[in-house]
Design a protein around this ligand. Structure first.
Ligand code: SF4
Length: 162
């Protein structure tokens, strides 16, 4: 398992964001979460040791953007490089979660096709309204591996009909 945070920071987007652990942690440390900035580890998947080997060993799951939302607008200009790194590291499995699944179709690269084999997308939902809104979009998207993440769950939801 490895973490990859190419950028950090986020803006609240929907009801569940009230309980965002990133905002909570940042406020304790006096960090402005609304500042969305690239990190020093932007290119973590393709960083190499002096020996020439990749620093992230083959075969791992890489948790992508767990301190942000991979599909946030402010990162639009950076995302293409990330897709390219995921392609280069076809020996790793990448997982990201998003509350902005409505932006997915506008954020994928030209060679996405019916999805990259090594990318799992988690659509997060927190209440029935977001279940109905997001899962109807998610169901039709070309993604090879899909997860539904009910987090933070702020009311009982029915996802069965989706
Ligand atoms: S979208 Fe996710 S990371 Fe961004 S504010 Fe909401 S809960 Fe936090």
């Amino acid at each position: 398992m490895a973490m990859w945070s190419p950028w950090r920071g986020c803006r609240r987007y929907s009801e569940g964001c009230k309980y965002c652990y990133i905002h909570k942690g940042d406020s304790k440390r006096g960090v402005d979460t609304s500042a969305i900035v690239r990190t020093d580890n932007f290119d973590a998947p393709v960083q190499r040791k002096k020996s020439g080997e990749y620093k992230i060993k083959s075969g791992q799951t890489v948790f992508l953007c767990f301190q942000a939302d991979f599909l946030i607008e402010e990162a639009d200009e950076w995302r293409a490089e990330c897709w390219a790194m995921m392609q280069e590291r076809s020996d790793l499995n990448f997982l990201f979660l998003t509350k902005r699944i409505d932006r997915f179709a506008a954020c994928i690269p030209a060679d996405w096709g019916d999805g990259y084999d090594n990318v799992t997308v988690g659509c997060t939902v927190e209440n029935q309204h977001r279940v109905d809104e997001r899962l109807s979009i998610f169901a039709d998207l070309p993604i090879k591996h899909k997860d539904i993440i009910c987090q933070p769950l702020i009311e009982a939801v029915d996802i069965e009909w989706h």
